[in-house]
Design a protein around this ligand. Structure first.
Ligand code: 13P
Length: 414
C-alpha cells in the first residue's frame, strides 16, 4: 500500500491524540487511537484500514488535514482537466506491436523489426503536436522504447508538455459462458504494474470494453461484467495516482439503427456509472472515452451529422454525471471527416456540462500511416498530416471547425 500522508491528529473536541494516515485514494489507516475520531477528522475517507508499520510525520490539526486531503484529491482532477484543456484532445497510439504489424501487412506496407519503434517515434515527436494534443496513450512496450541516442521516447513526450498515458490491458478474452462476448484481461498484478508506470511519469490509464450490437447482444451479463472490470481498473488507477479513462465502446459494426445504438449506450453508461460508484471512484478525477450514437455501419438508413450530435448529447446528459471533467471520443471506424464533423457539431450547438474532445487512433493516424508507408524519407510529410488532423479535431473540440478548412487541407468528405 502506498502511503501518501501520515498524520497525528489532535481532536479539537476531545483531549485525545492519535495517529492515522490517508493514502492517495483517501483510504484511512489508523495507527493508534480511535477509528471514529479519525473518521471525524477525515469525513471523505473510505474504509478504515489498520497498519502499525507506518511512521508518523506530521502533527496536524483539523484544518491542516482538510487542506492536505484537498491537495491529494485535486491531483487526479488536475490531470483529467489538463487532458481536456481548451482546444486539446488525446492521441491514442496504443496499438500493440502484433496488431500494428498486421495492419501494416493488410495495407501492403512492408513490416520490419524497427517499424513499431519508428512509427511510435514519428507519432511522439511530431512538431508542435502539443498545440492540439494534451496526452498520448501508449502500450507498455511503447513506454520502454528509446530513440537512436538511447533516450526514452516517453521522456520526449513529457518534455513536449504532453501527458503519457498507459493502456495496461492484455487483450480481450471470451467471457466464460457467453455467446462470443468479451472482457479485457490484465487485472492480475495490475496494482504493481500501475505503480511502475506512475514512477515512469505516466499520468493516466485507459481501459476499454467493447459491446457489439446484435441479436441478443450486448447481454446483461457482458454489460455487468465489463462495468465491474472497468471500475476495478479505475479504482486501482486512482490508488496509484493515475486518472482513469473509462472506455465503454458501443461498436459501429452491424446493421442496427441509431435508435438501437442510443438504447444500448444508455444502458451501458448507466451500469458503468453504477459500478464506478460501488468502487468508490472519484468522478472528478476520471474521464470517459465514449462512442458516438450513430447508425450501424451497415444500416441502410444513415443518420446525418446533426442527428448524431443531438442523440449523442442526449444520451450523455442522461448517463454521464456533470462531475466528470471531460468526455473524449474514440473514432471507432468513422471516416476522418465524420469523426471531426460530429465532434464539432456537438461543441458548436450545445451547452454542455463537460468538455467534449477526442481520443482518436484511426481518425488521427490513418492518413499519416498511408503517407509514411514505413519509409524514413516520408516521416516529415506523415507528421505534417498528423498535425493537420490534430488541428482539425482541436478546432472541433471548440466548435470552430468548418468544412472549408478540410477541403483546403485536401481531405475527402466521403
Ligand atoms: P479508434 O479511434 O481507432 O476507434 O481508437 C480509439 C481507441 O483507442 C480504442 O481504444
Amino acid at each position: 500500500m502506498k502511503i501518501a500522508h501520515n498524520y497525528v491528529g489532535v481532536s479539537t473536541k476531545r483531549p485525545y491524540i492519535f495517529s492515522f494516515f490517508v493514502d492517495r485514494r483517501l483510504k484511512l489507516g489508523v495507527l493508534g487511537g480511535e477509528d471514529n475520531l479519525a473518521r471525524l477528522l477525515c469525513p471523505r475517507a473510505g474504509p478504515v484500514l489498520h497498519d502499525t508499520g507506518a511512521s508518523v510525520r506530521i502533527l496536524a490539526d483539523l484544518k491542516t488535514i482538510d487542506e492536505q486531503d484537498e491537495k491529494t484529491f485535486m491531483s487526479l482532477n488536475e490531470i483529467a482537466k489538463k487532458l481536456v484543456a481548451s482546444g486539446k484532445g488525446i492521441m491514442a497510439a496504443d496499438r500493440p506491436r502484433a496488431t500494428f504489424e498486421q495492419l501494416l501487412e493488410s495495407e501492403g506496407i512492408p513490416v520490419d523489426e524497427g517499424a513499431y519503434r519508428n512509427w511510435s517515434e514519428l507519432l511522439f515527436t511530431t512538431p508542435s503536436l502539443n498545440e492540439y494534443v494534451s496526452g498520448i496513450i501508449m502500450t507498455p512496450e511503447q513506454t520502454r522504447l528509446r530513440n537512436d541516442a538511447s533516450e526514452p521516447l516517453i521522456a520526449g513526450v513529457i518534455d513536449r508538455g504532453m501527458i503519457p498515458g498507459i493502456s495496461p490491458f492484455k487483450g480481450m478474452v471470451a467471457l466464460a459462458g457467453s455467446d462470443g462476448e468479451t472482457v479485457g484481461s490484465g487485472l492480475d498484478g495490475l496494482r504493481e504494474r500501475l505503480a511502475e508506470f506512475a514512477a515512469m511519469g505516466v499520468g493516466f490509464t485507459k481501459w476499454r470494453a467493447a459491446f457489439q450490437i446484435g441479436p441478443g447482444t450486448p447481454s446483461y451479463y457482458a454489460i455487468e461484467a465489463n462495468a465491474y472490470v472497468m471500475a476495478q481498473v479505475a479504482a486501482l488507477s486512482q490508488e496509484a495516482g493515475l486518472a482513469p479513462i473509462v472506455e465503454p465502446e458501443v461498436m459501429l459494426l452491424g446493421d442496427h439503427t441509431i435508435a438501437r445504438c442510443f438504447a444500448v449506450t444508455e444502458w451501458v453508461l448507466s451500469r458503468t456509472f453504477e459500478a464506478l460508484y460501488v468502487h468508490r471512484v472519484d468522478l472528478e478525477g476520471t474521464l470517459v472515452k465514449a462512442s458516438m450514437v450513430v447508425s450501424g455501419r451497415d444500416c441502410p438508413e444513415q443518420a446525418d451529422v446533426d442527428t448524431v450530435a443531438e442523440q449523442t448529447v442526449k444520451v450523455f446528459r442522461r448517463g454521464i454525471p456533470a462531475a466528470i471533467p471531460g468526455i473524449v471520443f474514440l473514432s471507432g471506424g468513422q471516416s476522418d471527416y465524420h469523426a471531426t464533423a460530429h465532434l464539432n457539431a456537438m461543441n458548436a450547438n450545445y451547452e454542455l456540462p463537460w468538455k467534449l474532445s477526442f481520443s482518436y487512433a484511426r481518425a488521427l493516424q490513418r492518413e499519416p500511416m498511408r503517407i509514411w508507408g514505413n519509409r524514413a524519407e516520408n516521416a516529415a510529410s506523415a507528421q505534417a498530416a498528423l498535425y493537420q488532423r490534430a488541428k482539425m479535431n482541436g478546432l472541433a473540440s471548440l466548435g470552430f471547425w468548418t468544412e472549408e478548412l478540410e477541403s483546403e487541407a485536401g481531405v475527402s468528405t466521403g
